[in-house]
Design a binder for this molecule. Structure first.
Ligand code: SOE
Length: 385
């Protein structure tokens, strides 16, 4: 079987998650090519070496520019903060490498456009994909299948939210996710982008205009001294938070349907609740990432006396991705989405077909994010995407 030699650029939280995907997927799915975890790249040689060894990479390096042009690399996987996505992706695509890039695709629409252009003109059939991993949670994929099959009738309303609470603590330091020049935006791009993408994926509709309101709840935070998980520790010196903490959005899809969105990292008690409810003329589906093995389905065509949301345990062999894993009822977790992403990406590359979500799909979400920022700055005026 042909090897597919991977270079991963970045080694934070997402680096760990992507490594898990690359390492595990070939052992559970029959892939048409064999991913080889060739090299992981990070600025700090020592910590990159430690992570490379822990996660199963053959080597580590500190200069991404030399790595993305290496002859023994086929795929570049970008898991850095948003400010370096465009430069790395464009260089890798120009060198004919396939690219998987974390979400949001970039920090600005201009960058995302340049990346999409680079993907369209990449030499040697190089293909690019945006890492909206939650599309690959089996219950989310089932939701899409059910909506596409007409099980809830015509979609009439969408409500989506992505709720976390890790910024509630004022001692949480000023990490890169709180700095606009590195992250692009705050809750909006970090987690709101997932809610927007998932809603469009499940309904098959695209947002065309938005009215948004952004708010920063804690405007000053301790300058970061050590890092751990999403945070770390800060000192006594304070710095300014330059991104939103909360995003509220009303959006209109191309079908005319309205959707509401809330993205926040201040939803006390909510840890990683990406929720999507889609109402239709004949039923509804409801998904919550904090209960990711199940999907709620309301069948409005059932007998009056028997109507109610039914909890489908999405662990049956007939469900998306499940046959590769465990017997029914033996649950999956957060990390399985990354194996599913690898499976779909490798299959598309081997078949020479465009993987989804493409960079063009990532660009479309980027346009929504920018429209929300423009709208918020204009007193929440309705703004075209
Ligand atoms: C932190 O808010 C974070 O890790 C996001 O950056 C990810 O995109 C999301 O999947 C989980 O939460």
């Amino acid at each position: 079987m042909a090897p597919l030699r991977i270079a991963m650029i970045g080694h934070g939280f997402m680096g760990a998650a992507h490594s898990q995907g690359w390492r595990v997927a070939p052992h559970f799915f029959d892939l048409p090519a064999e991913p080889e975890m060739t090299v992981v790249v990070g600025r700090n040689a020592e910590s990159t070496g430690v992570d490379a060894a822990r996660w199963g990479w053959h080597e580590s390096a500190s200069d991404w520019r030399t790595v993305v042009t290496r002859d023994d690399i086929d795929v570049v996987d970008i898991v850095t903060p948003g400010d370096s996505h465009a430069e790395i992706a464009i260089a890798a695509l120009a060198a004919g490498k396939h690219v998987l890039c974390e979400k949001p695709l970039a920090n600005t629409v201009a960058e995302a456009e340049a990346m999409t252009e680079a993907a369209a003109n990449a030499p040697g059939g190089a293909l690019a994909m945006t890492g909206f991993t939650y599309r690959r949670v089996p219950a989310a994929a089932l939701a899409r299948d059910m909506v596409a099959a007409g099980r809830i009738g015509r979609v009439t309303q969408v409500r989506a939210s992505y709720l976390q609470d890790w910024l509630n603590d004022p001692a949480m330091p000023l990490t890169w996710r709180l700095q606009k020049e590195i992250a692009g935006s705050g809750a909006l791009g970090d987690i709101g982008a997932h809610a927007i993408d998932l809603s469009q994926f499940v309904t098959g509709m695209n947002l065309t205009s938005v009215s948004g309101t952004l708010q920063t709840i804690i405007t000053e935070r301790p300058i970061q001294e050590t890092s751990a998980g999403l945070g770390g520790t800060g000192g006594s010196e304070m710095g300014t938070v330059t991104v939103d903490d909360v995003a509220h959005i009303v959006g209109r899809y191309d079908s005319g349907v309205l959707g509401t969105f809330e993205a926040t990292r201040f939803a006390t008690g909510r840890k990683n609740a990406l929720r999507l409810e889609v109402s239709g003329t004949e039923g509804a589906i409801s998904f919550d990432l904090e209960d990711l093995n199940s999907l709620l389905f309301y069948d409005g065509t059932a007998r009056d006396s028997e109507r109610g949301f039914t909890k489908i345990l999405v662990t049956e062999p007939v469900h998306p991705y499940i046959p590769a894993w465990w017997p029914a009822g033996h649950m999956l977790g957060y990390e399985h989405g990354f194996s599913h992403q690898v499976k779909d990406f490798v299959e598309a590359i081997s078949a020479g077909i465009q993987p989804t979500p493409s960079f063009a799909d990532g660009l479309q979400v980027q346009r929504v994010l920018e429209a929300v920022e423009t709208s918020s700055a204009a007193g929440s005026a309705w703004t075209a995407v």
